[in-house]
Design a binder for this molecule. Structure first.
Ligand code: SF4
Length: 540
């Protein structure tokens, strides 16, 4: 009798950002010939000083998903490995896999890890099959087809294409709901004076999450505390979070999406990006929930459209642009900004961080910048206008090297991965990409911060002044920025008015502006780069 070998199982790798069946490459019901693999990579965990709450989100969501799959009858392997590549090869050998299935790398590092894994698996005679990423509505090929032959790749045109392709917020005749594609001009109100700030939402951590919080709290060379962690880490909790957002915050989200208030990381924002980007939700269901609320008359069009634009437009576009512009995007620095990242970004109050001791004289005196960084340190997030118009704006005005700022965003935010933060920083915030993504840098003076926030009234600086000992540094640096880059932006229609205003400055004031801005920049505390990473992550 010939011996029949048992079938060799297929090993299905679930990446850490594929933490539900809405995104992972898994069948609806368990396949007895499949083993589902989860990996913690020590190399990845040690590669940057990640925010501890970001690590807790990933580590806890992976564990909960693995437990849910096991309870549903799937065969699950959960391993801690030196790297993803080594982990995949070791796991394949452990289960005697006939082939390995994984999602194409979502960002450059993962592409390289999967290429290494393919070589290691090849040596075992095991093929690696890569499948398109299920965490987006547009594939990379869709974006490439849209971008082909276009001179300008503006988000607004991609967004309209996506609305048409997916039939979102459209009327029967194909026109946009509400009579316009974009209601951004309606969405620029400051937070009303005296109105209470909504609380920061929190899901009480369970035993699994608390164990990861305790584990990560011990790791050195990481940023932030775990104490305030309260994001959903399971699919049911993520769906409940979405439903609560649609019911409680979405109706007024639009008008106040650009408002900033001291001590409030979210205001009416959803924080759904952290859940989408770890795979607990799928963008299709998030967009559908917003549209359904609009159709039911529960949410005005300006709010529904503003929110849909973030998910269906911006998120998909940014991911497409990442691949369109890589690998050069990592080192882009069109404005030749030379400064290292100010220590304020890690230690807004002059506190100790990583290898650096406390220095009270190095506290950030700018109330807007210090507060928004405290929100990131304490919560692993702050909403998009604080990121763009305070943190990104001030870093750009100072002349911070875009790559240094980019690594900070990557480390510090629970929703940040290179595919999303890099194009945002290089394209929107710093103009490091030289205009591939946005036609001009998103820079503004203190007047913008004053209009959209409650920061300036109690700041030690005077937002009405642009030079002198009490002048708002955002003003000082803004006019100095325009002066330094005057020639480069002279022909830009949207910068013409501000440059004309600069032309009205007398020689004496210009000289004072240049002198004071240079002195301010020279006094910015910059420590040795904290993003070099460290190897102090315990293996388990
Ligand atoms: Fe920021 Fe200037 Fe306002 Fe102070 S005065 S909070 S530095 S914009």
């Amino acid at each position: 009798m010939p011996t029949v070998s048992p079938p060799r199982p297929t090993l299905v790798f679930v990446a850490p950002w594929e933490c539900s069946r809405a995104v992972a490459q898994l069948p609806r019901t368990p396949d007895p010939d499949q083993v589902v693999l989860f990996l913690e990579s020590v190399a990845k965990g040690a590669s940057l000083p990640w925010h501890r709450q970001k690590l807790v989100l990933l580590l806890s969501a992976m564990r909960h998903f693995a437990e849910a799959l096991e309870a549903g009858g799937y065969r699950v392997l959960f391993r801690n490995a030196a790297s993803y590549a080594e982990g995949l090869a070791d796991a394949a050998a452990e289960v005697g896999a006939g082939r390995v299935v994984a999602t194409e790398g979502r960002e450059q590092d993962m592409v390289e890890e999967l290429a290494r894994a393919e070589a290691l698996l090849g040596a075992q005679g095991v093929p690696l099959e890569l499948r398109p990423d299920r965490g987006f509505l547009a594939t990379r090929a869709d974006f490439a087809a849209w971008a082909a032959g276009k001179k300008e790749l503006r988000m607004e045109w991609f967004y309209r294409t996506m609305r048409r392709q997916h039939g979102v917020l459209l009327e029967a005749d194909g026109t946009p709901s509400g009579g316009a594609w974009n209601f951004d001009p309606d969405n620029r109100k400051p937070w009303p004076k005296g109105r209470a700030v909504p609380p920061v939402w929190r899901v009480e951590p369970d035993a699994v999450t608390r164990a990861q919080m305790a584990r990560v709290a011990r790791w050195k060379h990481r940023w932030g505390s775990v104490d305030a962690f309260g994001l959903p880490v399971t699919r049911p909790d993520a769906k409940a979070w979405l439903a609560r957002f649609v019911a409680e915050r979405l109706p007024e989200f639009g008008p106040y999406e650009d408002a900033m208030v001291h001590g409030a990381p979210d205001l009416l924002h959803s924080t759904l990006s952290s859940l989408l980007n770890v795979g607990l939700l799928h963008p299709r269901e998030v967009v559908a929930a917003a549209e359904a609320a609009y159709r039911a008359g529960l949410v005005p069009i300006a709010s529904a459209e503003g929110f849909v634009r973030q998910v269906l437009g911006w998120r998909e576009y940014i991911r497409g642009m990442y691949w369109h512009l890589m690998p050069g995007l990592r080192t882009a620095n069109a404005l030749e900004a030379p400064l290292g990242l100010p220590r304020w970004f890690w230690a807004p109050d002059g506190e100790a961080y990583g290898p650096h001791p406390a220095r009270a004289d190095a506290a950030c005196g700018m109330r807007c910048l210090a507060d928004t960084i405290r929100q990131v340190r304490d919560h692993g997030r702050v909403h998009h206008i604080a990121r763009l118009m305070v943190q990104g704006n001030i870093a750009t005005l100072l002349g911070v090297e875009p790559a240094a700022l980019s690594r900070w965003f990557w480390c510090g935010f629970t929703d940040a991965y290179e595919w999303v933060e890099l194009p945002n920083v290089m394209g929107m915030a710093t103009w490091g990409d030289g205009g591939a993504l946005a036609s001009k840098p998103y820079v503004a003076s203190g007047a913008y911060v004053n209009r959209m926030s409650d920061y300036c009234g109690r700041c030690r600086y005077d937002v009405k002044q642009r030079t002198g000992p009490d002048a708002c540094p955002v003003n000082l640096l803004y006019w100095d920025f325009l002066d330094r880059h005057r020639e480069r932006f002279a022909g830009h229609p949207r910068m013409r008015m501000m440059l004309k205003h600069l032309d009205g400055f007398g020689e004496g004031e210009l000289a004072q502006l240049r002198r004071e801005a240079a002195a301010f920049r020279a006094a910015v505390p910059v420590d040795a780069d904290y993003t070099a990473g460290g190897a102090d992550v315990p293996a388990r």
